[in-house]
Design a protein around this ligand. Structure first.
Ligand code: FAD
Length: 392
């Protein structure tokens, strides 16, 4: 049986970001990444929107996003490979713009104080300033807004491609196969078996299986409160002259939109829907666009009344059903199993920092740069939950 220092189960953004951080610090490490679908057709990563923001209420989320933004800002140089050169991830910084209702203004200002204290380049906007930015949008009931120019949007597929190419060049072994079983002896994992009949042993195992992470846990008699949560994105055509701003804009009712390309006529939009049934399903809900999203857009802006639906896609979040935040660190029961799961819709923007944290635990037994201890799965036993107030 071939032995590795680390086996990573799942090879999308979390698995690859972990492998990158491991090999960056310890190039000789033997790392195996087992990924069952090299096209990543159903993986959350390429189906993500690619929104990157630091506007969270919890310091740990702000810090992870800040560290990750540094990686995204230098992604091309960091991920340059001999084979493919510098990846272009189209990181369009310019802001996430939140329009905040009178009812939520006090909470938004509490969050803003924390963000400013953490060094976030946040701007608080009055209604008059918002009117200048979005002349067509009805601001009735809006108390103000917040925007951060360092935030923005990137191309998730390009980020994934950048990581996988780099990590392969750094020496990680990507194997197309499915993890089907784990051999556990007491409080340690010894080996994993795959659909092709192979078996590999390792010192450490990382569960990076996204919305499928519970299946991995069940293979070693463990569990995690993570379920697939469906999330739909609608692609529309708008009038090219429509004045909808350049930033990713979110209304108080959680309806959001942005221009897909800075000067194009396609707009991506949606509206948070947390009461989707849990479970895998990849057919977007088109009536939801007609019945809920479009009316909300139209009620708020005449330019958005004339959108035409071109298509839609759905992905599944790895949704932490207890406190909707990442679960990172050693499994509380199995000493050599690391978790990097449950990001609940904000994993893309946290992946570089999360992968680095997991790598630090493996290499040093403790966090070295950002302390992510509060995100450990132990919190489900102790009750010290991490509740994020700025979830969209
Ligand atoms: C529609 C949508 C929009 C989103 N928008 C944003 C956004 O704007 N900003 C943001 O920050 N985040 C966003 N997210 C969240 C983000 O995409 C995820 O948090 C992140 O991609 C999770 O990465 P992952 O590697 O854990 O999971 P995945 O990308 O799902 O990868 C898991 C991988 O594990 C593999 N796997 C599973 N089981 C096995 C097994 N037994 N053996 C081998 N391989 C296995 C799968 O094939 C898959 O490739 C969005 C998610 C969705 C679905």
């Amino acid at each position: 049986m071939e032995h590795f220092d680390v086996i990573i189960m799942g090879g999308a953004i979390m698995g690859s970001a972990t492998a990158y951080a491991l090999l960056q610090e310890r190039p000789a490490l033997k790392v195996l990444i087992i990924e069952r679908d090299p096209t990543y057709r159903r993986a959350a990563t390429p189906l993500a929107l690619g929104g990157v923001r630091q506007q969270f209420s919890e310091r740990v989320n702000i810090r992870m996003a800040r560290q990750s933004i540094e990686t995204f800002e230098h992604f091309g140089e960091l991920m340059e490979t001999r084979a493919y050169g510098r990846p272009e991830i189209d990181f369009r910084q310019g802001g996430y713009l939140f329009l905040v209702s009178e009812e939520k203004w006090a909470t938004a200002m509490e969050n803003a104080r924390v963000q400013l204290d953490e060094g976030v380049e946040l701007k608080i906007l009055s209604v008059d300033e918002l009117r200048e930015l979005l002349p067509d949008v009805d601001l009735t009931g809006v108390a103000g807004g917040t925007v951060c120019p360092r935030e923005g949007l990137l191309d998730p597929q390009a980020v994934l491609g950048g990581y996988t190419a780099k990590v392969a060049e750094m020496g990680a072994v990507y194997r197309t196969d499915e993890v089907t079983g784990l051999k556990r002896e007491g409080d340690r994992l010894v080996s994993c078996g795959t659909a092709s009949g192979a078996e590999f042993s390792a010192d450490y195992f990382v569960n990076a299986a996204g919305p499928w992470c519970r299946e991995i846990m069940h293979m070693c008699d463990r569990d995690l409160p993570v379920e697939p949560l469906r999330h739909d994105i609608y692609v529309t055509r708008i009038d090219k002259q429509a004045d909808i701003g350049l930033a990713y804009t979110t209304l108080p009712d959680t309806c959001w939109w942005f221009r897909e390309h800075a000067d194009g006529d396609t707009m991506l939009c949606g509206k948070t829907k947390l009461d989707f049934e849990l479970g895998f399903d990849y057919s977007p809900d088109l009536p939801y666009f007609a019945d809920v999203v479009w009316p909300s857009l139209a009620a708020n802006s005449p330019s958005l009344d004339r959108v035409r639906l071109l298509g839609a896609w759905r992905g599944c979040y790895e949704f932490n059903t207890v406190d909707q935040n990442a679960i990172i660190g050693f499994d509380p029961e199995i000493q050599n199993l690391l978790l990097i799961n449950g990001f609940s819709g904000h994993g893309m923007m946290q992946a570089p920092a999360a992968g680095r944290g997991v790598a630090e635990l493996i290499l040093h037994g403790a966090y070295q740069t950002l302390d992510l201890s509060e995100l450990s799965a132990k919190r489900f036993e102790t009750g010290a939950l991490v509740v994020e107030k700025a979830i969209i």
